[in-house]
Ligand binder design. Structure first.
Ligand code: HAM
Length: 425
């Protein structure tokens, strides 16, 4: 019996893998430019980390976690997100005593037991950045700049819209929650079941409701922006002013509250019209380090869903432009020619970055040429008995069909191909 992959998971290979490599290379280049270093944390953590960090009342913790008891009876959870794990690491490794700010990036798989749909998986991957040690709006700005530059580097900045909002500090949020509850108290009975459930548990999440009649009710609800404390308001104003100055387009979404409990101050999401989904989100989370047992540490960060970015790229990218091409395919015939070719290919791999492949199936000349065509290589280097006897190899340019004898010598082969590529011959 065949065994199928689990619901909400996928295999990534072939052209899709090219896009993943393209995204990952961009991330490495980009984070280096911003002087952000990489962090890798475990895929599983103590369940309590997420219950306390992300929040018991959130959908993620309440309904979506992959939680199990290990053989030692510990409650373990496959990470549903990575911010809590990075914060745990920050505290556990005493990073607060290092010069601040501390800036980390990561790429990692995470797990949420969600209803499958296009762009929503049970195993998915995020590129994220977490910055510790600055309460300035400049840190919020830096995180937004990195995330926006990521979109720009992939040329999809016009495919997403940056939505921003500010949640204010704890006190101002409490005032807002009270005002929202007062406003909804006479209306909640007419709203959907999920809103009813959220009214007492996590009233802010009602603002996310997509049901039309509930949206209508929410139109006249009090706005969080009118409840901001002075510091949050001035941070938000400063941020918006600079975003305008540096040409990062955004819209204000006063209903944006995010689905994780740790945020305060500025929050944002990149929304994709094509996918009808958010492709990334983040914000400030000044209380989380303390909540998880560390000293008070202001922090900001974001996570971008790479599976969703991949879907966007698939529609918008020229795969040929990112696919590395095989430079030389070595076509051989018989043991003597194979042994020689193995040695030549080994030396080329040691000497330079040319992408070079040998025949490894001992097939006929016709079959080898067919394979060379299939892999779309630039040159075929033919080494048969005749060539060996004359101390040459035949190099065929697969683009224009021309063929030339080149001395059967590694350096001459490399020199010929590199010169031909430069158009010097
Ligand atoms: P989040 O909004 O839960 O934030 O997730 C960030 C992104 O991960 C989403 O915008 C989406 O692109 C992707 N994502 C989430 N769930 C799925 C899924 N089931 N399938 C595919 N993609 C998904 C966080 O996780 C925060 N930790 C971000 C953050 C970092 N905030 C501060 N620092």
């Amino acid at each position: 019996m065949k065994i199928a992959k689990q619901k909400g998971t996928k295999d990534i290979f072939s052209d899709d893998m090219l896009i993943w490599h393209y995204m990952e290379e961009n991330i490495r280049k980009l984070t280096q430019k911003f002087n952000i270093s990489e962090i890798r944390t475990p895929v599983f953590e103590a369940t309590e980390l997420f219950a306390r960090g992300v929040g018991d009342e959130t959908d993620i913790v309440d309904k979506e976690m992959y939680t199990f008891l290990d053989k030692g009876g510990r409650s373990i959870t496959l990470r549903p997100e990575l911010t809590a794990g990075v914060v745990r690491s920050y505290i556990e490794n005493g990073m607060s005593s290092l010069p601040q700010p501390i800036k980390y990036w990561y790429i990692g798989n995470m797990y949420r037991y969600e209803k499958m749909q296009k762009g929503r998986y049970r195993e998915f991957s995020q590129f994220g950045v977490e910055i510790f040690g600055s309460s300035s709006y400049l840190a919020d700005l830096e995180a937004i700049c990195v995330s926006y530059e990521f979109m720009r580097s992939l040329n999809i900045q016009d495919k997403v819209i940056l939505n921003i909002n500010s949640l204010g500090n704890v006190a101002s949020r409490q005032k807002y929650i009270k005002a929202l509850k007062d406003y909804l108290s006479s209306k909640i009975d007419c709203m959907c079941d999920s809103c009813k459930a959220r009214y007492n548990k996590n009233v802010l999440r009602i603002l996310d409701c997509k049901v039309d009649k509930d949206q209508e009710i929410l139109k006249d609800a009090p706005k969080i922006i009118d409840f901001l404390d002075d510091e949050s308001k001035s941070n938000f104003d400063n941020l918006r002013e600079v975003l305008k100055k540096i040409n990062i387009p955004y819209v204000i979404d006063d209903k944006l509250v995010r689905g994780l409990d740790y945020y305060n101050g500025v929050v944002y999401e990149y929304k994709s019209k094509d996918l009808g989904l958010s492709v990334g989100g983040g914000g400030r989370y000044d209380g989380l380090v303390e909540t998880l047992g560390g000293i008070h540490t202001p922090a900001v960060g974001f996570g971008i869903g790479l599976d969703r970015i991949q879907l966007l790229l698939k529609e918008n990218i020229d795969l040929k432009a990112i696919k590395p091409k095989v430079d030389i395919y070595f076509l051989t015939l018989g043991k003597k020619s194979q042994d020689l070719s193995v040695n030549i290919v080994k030396t080329i791999h040691e000497k330079c970055d040319l992408i070079v492949e040998n025949d490894i199936c001992e097939r006929s000349v016709k079959a080898q040429l067919k394979y060379a065509n299939n892999i779309d290589c630039k040159y075929v280097c033919i080494i048969g008995q005749n060539e060996i006897d004359n101390n040459v190899c035949k190099i065929k340019n697969m683009k224009n069909g021309s063929q030339i004898d080149v001395e059967l010598n590694v350096d001459k082969i490399i020199e010929y191909v590199l010169n031909e590529e430069k158009g010097n011959i």
